[in-house]
Design a protein around this ligand. Structure first.
Ligand code: NAP
Ligand code: HSE
Length: 431
């Protein structure tokens, strides 16, 4: 009897690969009904074939030889969950070039080499699916590409890094320092041993590049994203935020206007009343504004073995259905335009500022004068005595162009009455 199984290979058997293996083996009967054909794991590629693994995988299918996979014409779907740029990039390109379909969770690769990969997939009418690359288990790639295709997307705001959201939640509600919260995130397995990519915003920036490319149909790469992390945030600023009616979050922002696309990742004051303000711990959320749908928010687990495998399996089943129905390559790359990218100095935003100044008459007036000369209008000012000679001034501004704010602060830093500008954090406002 002819074997109509759809054969797949999994590249990588770490956190995500193990989850994918479990779902594919434990729910295989369900998938037959969903796809119309059985999904069969032909090979699992690993780096070290002799490694002790807690997951019992059939020895016959475990391999450390890519050639066994690429040379097997029966294998139709490659699930790339190895991570990193190389050899993942070469393997994906080789697979697409011989007409295989690829499902990947690799945001690092897509945020830098998306164009080359998607052009190759398009040229072969192959599927290249990547739901798991942004916000783990939360459906957001397919909603942007398909469900919201009738909209012009105006803005995306995302909490798309679980490690930093966990750290900020601990700082906000547990009043612990950044360092202690980071150690706890590492103990719980949220943060990597080297957490730089999470806490300095690179992980969120990679995911934002992918989201912005989809939302605005124009390629945005990691290099186009302005990035600030959370390692300089202090409890003092988190406490002021609460006093003023905000919470501090690491926000990924993508906007499209006539001047071009702005894509940036940085800490931001979010009003308590905004839905993103209540996204806590390691949860992720993506808030989308479209001209037709209005506001929509997608919320859930942004990482982890089974949540990420959930997104991978959604893609695998979709690709398998396309194979069964002979319609692969149906939804190609949607980057039709080449929009300009807005420089960070050109963005308009409100600011929270915290300054240490001499406590004597006329200081506030001098500072307000500099702001006034640079189009910076002050919405809220709080002044607190610190000791006999020094005071702390906290300011929330109205909207101002970032370059005007930076020019004003350069002058303010040079004033003899100012000891330090301790914090400069952007504030979200939808007015
Ligand atoms: P991981 O736990 O480090 O696992 C990586 C796996 O790939 C390991 O099984 C490793 O083999 C294998 N591998 C690495 N280099 C290889 C090579 N050159 N040849 C063959 N096999 C190789 O990684 P992960 O956390 O599962 O992440 C995988 C991907 O998913 C990454 O792109 C990541 O960004 C993405 N992702 C992860 C999460 C998450 O929650 N972890 C969420 C969303 C997206 P050995 O087992 O032999 O060492
Ligand atoms: N390191 C990421 C996070 C998970 O903390 O959200 C993988 O994308």
């Amino acid at each position: 009897m002819e074997n109509n199984n759809i054969k797949v290979a999994i590249l990588g058997l770490g956190t995500v690969g193990s989850g994918v293996y479990k779902l594919l083996t434990q729910q295989s009967e369900d998938f037959i009904w969903k796809v119309g054909s059985k999904l069969e794991i032909s090979k699992v590629l690993v780096n070290n074939i002799n490694k002790q693994r807690s997951l019992a995988v059939d020895k016959e299918i475990l391999t450390d030889k890519w050639q066994e996979i690429i040379d097997d014409p029966e294998i139709k779907i490659i699930i790339e969950v190895m991570g990193g740029i190389e050899p993942a990039k070469s393997y994906i390109l080789q697979a697409l070039k011989v007409g295989k379909h690829v499902v990947t969770a690799n945001k690092d690769l897509l945020a830098q080499y998306g164009k080359e990969l998607f052009d190759t997939a398009n040229s072969q009418a192959s599927d290249l699916a990547f739901e798991a690359s942004v916000a783990g288990g939360i459906p957001i790639i397919r909603p942007l590409k398909q469900c919201l295709a009738g909209n012009k997307i105006e803005e995306i705001l995302g909490i798309i890094n679980g490690t930093t959201n966990y750290i900020l939640t601990q700082m906000t509600y547990g009043q612990v320092s950044f360092e202690s919260a980071l150690q706890e995130a590492q103990r719980l397995g949220y943060a990597e041993a080297d957490p730089t990519s999470d806490v300095e915003g690179y992980d969120a920036a990679r995911k934002l590049a992918i989201l912005a490319s989809l939302a605005f149909q124009s390629r945005v790469t990691l290099q186009d994203v302005y990035i600030e992390g959370i390692s300089n945030l202090t409890l003092a600023d988190i406490t002021y935020a609460r006093e003023l009616g905000y919470v501090v979050k690491l926000i990924a922002v993508a906007k499209h206007s006539e001047e071009g696309i702005e894509a940036r990742v940085h800490p931001m004051f979010i009003p308590y009343t905004h839905p993103l303000a209540s996204v806590n711990d390691s949860f992720n959320a993506v808030f989308v504004k479209g001209n037709a749908v209005g506001e929509a928010m997608f919320y859930g687990r942004g990482a982890g073995e089974l949540p990420t495998a959930s997104a991978i399996l959604g893609d695998v089943i979709d690709v398998a259905r396309n194979i069964v129905n002979n319609c692969t390559g149906r939804i190609a790359c949607t980057c039709f335009y080449q929009s300009n990218h807005k420089n960070i100095g050109e963005i308009n935003t409100k600011y929270y500022l915290r300054l240490q100044v001499k406590d004597k008459p006329g200081v506030l007036a001098s500072i307000a004068g500099v702001f006034g000369n640079h189009d910076v209008s002050l919405a809220t000012v709080i002044q607190k005595h610190r000791n006999e000679n020094m005071a702390e001034i906290v300011v929330i501004t109205d909207y101002v162009k970032e370059k005007h704010m930076n020019d004003a602060l350069q002058i303010i830093r040079g004033l003899s009455i100012v000891a330090e500008v301790s914090a400069q954090i952007r504030v979200y406002s939808n007015d």
